[in-house]
Ligand binder design. Structure first.
Ligand code: SF4
Length: 111
């Protein structure tokens, strides 16, 4: 499968996965296109569509927590920001993704 076809397939499947979690793809189409392409490249290399923004540590139990969409493993953190770490997904009510902060969990307001 070529890169464009695989990107379309991941877009379809990932959309179905994140929807019940209250997330959607960011309205920034350029970012969606770029990040999905990076995931396809990672999938071609490792056999798994790992997160393009979080480095692999070659520790399987940790690395499986950064397989896209990794929202269930980082839900509390992402819900505070209303976006995932890369910004590929945002809360469904978000219309301006650029307004969302990208905060390390240690700096996020946990209230
Ligand atoms: S941070 Fe976003 S793009 Fe990266 S793996 Fe998690 S859900 Fe996917």
């Amino acid at each position: 499968m070529n890169v464009e076809s695989r990107k379309k397939a991941l877009h379809y499947f990932f959309g179905k996965i994140v929807d019940p979690m209250g997330y959607k793809f960011t309205p920034d189409q350029e970012l969606v296109d770029f990040l999905l392409e990076q995931e396809v490249i990672l999938e071609q290399k490792h056999g798994i569509p790992f997160c393009p923004c979080q480095g692999l540590r070659h520790d399987r139990s940790r690395d499986m927590k950064i397989v896209c969409p990794c929202i269930p493993f980082h839900r509390k953190h992402f819900d505070i920001m209303k976006r995932c770490w890369c910004g590929l997904y945002v809360h469904k009510d978000v219309t301006d993704p650029d307004s969302l902060p990208q905060l390390p969990y240690s700096e996020a307001d946990h209230e």
